[in-house]
Design a binder for this molecule. Structure first.
Ligand SMILES: NC(=O)c1ccc[n+]([C@@H]2O[C@H](COP(=O)([O-])OP(=O)(O)OC[C@H]3O[C@@H](n4cnc5c(N)ncnc54)[C@H](O)[C@@H]3O)[C@@H](O)[C@H]2O)c1
Length: 322
């Protein structure tokens, strides 16, 4: 069973929300070297406050879409494992659909070409439950039909398909983890690219009403970021995950209205929501079947949504200026 200890690892998108937690955990587990490649499209220096104190952490403020650059970094740093998390968020699909789509494919393609050339040994790729589109049955296992409803989701699916074709043809050492909706400290809370949980917490802290789009009956399976990071690392450590796509979620779906009510309750807020029209192409329901992750990775989420929300709120209260 491979271990992170003493490995030279690279995280694309390592200055982002999930990627920065992954960098922290890899350092905690005594990786020999954790190399982060992030172009800071949405990444933040502050997300790397912990990691950058560590002597085994190296930051490249660069674009993972450049093949030459990725080759240089991977070969110079003698990288053994790449965790691929770099992406541009779903909401960006509304403003620049082509880039939201292409970034996923270009980065995956670079990594596949380098893996095929033996520049590194193992690729752990992070997909997204958005690949599925709205649940046709629930909970959704890995065989659920693929039906992306945004260019972001289509880009994630295309990257997954390209990766699967490479592992079939070239017998490469790759696992794909497919997380459902994540939340926790460091998730982007600002502007039009913000995710619902940090955006709502930020609004309430600023004395504004959180926004409810549509009827609020859309539902999601929210997984706390520490659980996702553990699942991603388990994906590396368990070689029986190779050449497979594995869901990471909790198996419990909650409506957006119930989520906002829960956040309001935890924050002692009674001011209600600002109702906006339903977002175009919004997925109606996502809920993970995590039997495969349980079976292959011995994965079990450890944080309930309430515990996760309390930890998240504490973080935003202590980091109001970020
Ligand atoms: N957040 C979620 O709910 C969620 C759910 C399922 C899957 N995922 C997947 O997890 C991964 C991480 O998501 P996140 O929520 O941390 O997103 P994020 O936006 O916080 O992080 C992505 C990072 O990638 C960086 N990036 C973008 N383009 C880049 C490029 N060309 N070169 C280098 N870096 C680049 C950004 O600057 C950012 O730091 C993504 O692959 C995403 O699809 C996220």
């Amino acid at each position: 069973m491979p271990s992170i200890e003493n490995k030279n690892v690279l995280v694309t998108g390592g200055a982002g929300f999930i990627g920065s937690h992954l960098c922290d955990e890899l350092l905690q587990r005594n990786a020999n070297k954790v190399v982060c490649v992030d172009n800071f499209f949405l990444g933040k220096n502050e997300n790397l406050n912990n990691a950058s104190k560590h002597e085994n952490f190296i930051l490249y403020r660069d674009d993972a879409r450049s093949y030459n650059l990725m080759q240089l970094i991977i070969e110079n740093e003698k990288i053994e494992v790449v965790f691929n998390l770099a992406t541009i968020p779903l909401n960006y699909s509304f403003f620049n659909p082509s880039d939201a789509y292409l970034v996923n494919i270009e980065i995956a393609h670079n990594l596949l070409a380098l893996l095929k050339n033996n520049s590194f040994k193992t690729l752990i790729h992070v997909s997204s439950s958005e690949a599925f589109g709205t649940a046709k049955y629930s909970p959704m296992d890995e065989n659920h039909p693929i039906d992306p409803t945004t260019p972001y989701a289509a880009g994630k699916v295309s990257a997954d398909l390209m990766i699967q074709s490479f592992w079939k043809l070239f017998d490469l050492d790759i696992s794909i983890l497919r997380p459902f909706n994540n939340f926790g400290p460091r998730q982007n809370a600002e502007g039009v690219l913000a995710a619902i949980i940090p955006a709502s917490i930020r609004k309430i802290l600023n004395g504004e009403k959180p926004i409810l789009e549509g009827d609020g009956l859309q539902s999601r399976d929210f997984i706390y970021v520490a659980d996702t990071v553990r699942g991603i690392i388990l994906g590396y450590e368990n070689e029986n995950s190779r050449k497979k796509i594995i869901n990471l979620g909790t198996g419990i779906a909650i409506t957006i209205k119930d989520l906002l009510d829960g956040i309001s309750q935890i924050m002692n807020y009674t001011g209600g929501y600002e109702i906006k029209p339903e977002r175009k192409s919004d997925v109606k329901k996502l809920c993970a079947n995590i039997n495969l992750a349980k079976e292959l990775l011995n994965f079990k989420p450890e944080f309930s949504i309430i515990d996760g929300l309390k930890l998240t709120l504490d973080w935003y209260l202590n980091n109001k200026n970020l």
